[in-house]
Design a protein. Sequence first.
Length: 348
Amino acid sequence: MVNFKSFRTLLSFLAAGMLVFACGKMPGAKPRAFGREKEILVICDNDIWKNIEKAMRREIEAPLEAVRTETVFEIAQVEATVVSYYKEWDKLILIESLDAMHLLPEVVDDSTLNVLKSGRGLFFSQIDIWARGQRVVGIAAPTREELLPLVKLNGNKIYTAFLRQLEQEELQNMYVSGRDSTLADSLAAAFGFRFLLPDVYERTSADSLPENKLLFVHQDPVRSILITWFDNPGPLDTTQAGLAVLRRQVTGDVYPGQETVEYRIKTSRVQANGIERLRVFGVWENRQEISGGVFIDQVIDSPTQHRRFYIDCLLFCPDPRLNKYRYMFQLDRIMDSFQIVAGAKPAT
């Protein structure tokens, strides 16, 4: 016979244990790192900060071109002696010298400290020091006077370490909803190309759109992807004026009232899936709705199909707290998934 009272007690115990484990409070378990999406905390003494702040901001607060110039990251400083609460921040920069160190022994091993004792400064990058999902990047030197030259020398390494972490996180998260392989297969059969979208993007049906225009949208923040193509295209006008006219022709019936800002257009050549593409970056605005954002396009020629594909990715993200680089990186990777199906030439 089952003792239901004991059984309920056991279930309660297991539930409580799972909750504690999920919260990261099991004995010896590190908590989950927390932080603001764009903010990196710099841990160093106030007098050191006075000497390195300008150099740090110049390297770490790199500009990101959007509607207005923004930064990919923002930095704030806190002293090591009062940092206990912030030790679980997800993005930390530690700047310390051997002659006045507080946290360095917790971050680097003895062999690294021996390097400092030998008179050499160094750059380091560590993960999960005080919390899970945390990165601690920093500069260490034998004396305080040697920190500023090292910051100037390694500032870009610090920025790159956090940028690569952000990109890796986005690569892991962008398809967490699943990969829409069914859509990719149907596009290959119907239109002669494959395109791998996250499941959260929904195809928008619009009676006003012709059959050679496909629109996919994801909200919060708004990201929309428009794919179209032209048969037997002529030469491509790659001037700012020519590309602005082309985008207006492509998107005019999809985004009424939207204007492409001609002088903000920039181009580059990219390679993905064995195909060279023209990447077009620019800014759009809608003066009637008092809104604006960025767009990233790819223009892809398929000589075997005598066809030119045009992919337009639009981002509307007015919240300044969100890191727009994350969404722009995602849109670039989605466009890079575009593949032409060998031997396919579907009917127009």
